[in-house]
Design a protein around this ligand. Structure first.
Ligand code: TMP
Length: 254
């Protein structure tokens, strides 16, 4: 077996060259980081669960007409995706005050926001992912005004759909982060949803108890981190067949 070419490695994922031109293989690791890499750790089984959870959510979104980079899951830790040109902007959608918004404006965590709020952050580790405005994004050419319009329209559709989906399984979608990419087909370009959607980049609270079932358990040392990711997968009805013991996944060739 030939070794696949590694295209990119981040803290939580690796991208390999795909089997056909225009495709990549996205590999989900158990490594976790927070506070711009100042806190690092391992959440055992996270990669397997996030691969499943992201597959499930991207597939449901695709069914309602949200274009995504997801093609299909390949195995416990890998999925086939379309190669896109990543737009260097993180789009955060917030429904309830938490995290950096609570800190910045002194709004207690859990306060419902008057309406959904969208924020943009520039994807730069060196600069610590600074918050930016539409002005910065268009003036510096990170995205064209039309790209940004498409991203906002998609982010709001994702928010409406996922808020309902999670409500149905007793979870409040407090906030989440999305990434988008440009997908080129001949001379046409479409903005599509990229990266992943999982408890790594969503805040999910139990509707009744407000228990946190997301990466804040790792960020804030709340314990039961693995269990929280499993609980989200369990409620979605997609725990790996072998249960939590199955989480190591097959050995993949790298
Ligand atoms: P924040 O409150 O820390 O700004 O995070 C808002 C949401 O965005 C939260 O669900 C976590 C997610 N997020 C990421 O996925 N990656 C990031 O680098 C940051 C800063 C936030």
């Amino acid at each position: 077996m030939s070794r696949r070419r590694r295209i990119y490695e981040g803290r939580a994922k690796v991208l390999f060259e795909g089997p056909e031109p225009g495709t990549l293989v996205q590999y989900f690791k158990d490594d976790a980081s927070a506070f711009n890499n100042k806190k690092q750790g391992v959440i055992t089984g996270k990669g397997v669960l996030n691969n499943r959870i992201s597959e499930y959510l991207m597939s449901r979104l695709s069914e309602i007409g949200v274009p995504t980079h997801f093609v299909r899951r390949l195995n416990m830790r890998e999925q086939l995706i379309r190669e896109v040109e990543i737009i260097p902007i993180e789009v955060v959608v917030r429904n309830v005050a938490a995290g950096s918004l609570s800190k910045r404006f002194g709004i207690p965590e859990g306060t419902p926001l008057p309406r959904s709020i969208i924020e943009y952050y520039y994807k730069s580790e060196e600069l610590g992912h600074p918050m930016v405005t539409e002005e910065h994004i268009t003036a510096f050419g990170w995205a064209a005004p039309q790209d940004l319009d498409d991203m906002v329209a998609l982010a709001l559709r994702v928010n409406d759909y996922l808020s309902g989906l999670f409500l149905g399984i007793g979870l409040k979608l407090v906030d989440f982060k999305l990434e988008f990419g440009r997908l080129w087909e001949e001379d046409d370009m479409r903005i599509v949803l990229a990266d992943e959607i999982s408890p790594d980049n969503c805040r999910l609270w139990d509707i009744k108890t407000n228990e946190k079932l997301d990466k804040d358990r790792f960020r804030q040392d709340l314990g039961k981190v693995e269990e929280a990711y499993q609980e989200v997968a369990r409620r979605l009805g997609i725990l790996p067949e072998g249960g939590p013991g199955d989480v190591k996944g097959p050995k993949t060739l790298q």
